[in-house]
Design a protein around this ligand. Structure first.
Ligand SMILES: [Zn+2]
Length: 100
């Protein structure tokens, strides 16, 4: 049987109840009030929200990585040039760009 989220209209406390789809809503377990409101927190909506947020943060961190990379690349290249020489870097690490 599915689990439903409810909030009591009288005392305002949230609670969960497990019952069949067509069964009547349960009474509040805290105060016995019969007017309870089913909360619309369906699983697909929650999963969709998580997926959307994950997608957003993924693209954000990708942009951040790109910025970081653009910032770090010249420094890294300079370090390599200092250590190994301009010709070596140009030949072996063309992806770092050139200092020209
Ligand atoms: Zn109540």
């Amino acid at each position: 049987m599915p689990l439903y989220d409810y909030r009591c209209e009288s005392c305002g406390k949230p609670f969960e109840a497990r019952h069949g789809f067509n069964d009547p809503a349960p009474v509040c377990p805290f105060c016995g009030h019969a007017e309870v409101k089913r909360l619309i927190t369906s699983v697909p909506a929650i999963a969709g929200g998580i997926l959307t947020n994950a997608g957003d943060s993924r693209s954000a961190s990708k942009e951040q990585l790109k910025d970081k990379w653009a910032e770090e690349t010249p420094k890294l290249r300079k370090k390599l040039v200092d250590k190994l020489g301009e010709d070596f870097v140009r030949k072996n690490a063309p992806s770092l760009g050139s200092s020209e």
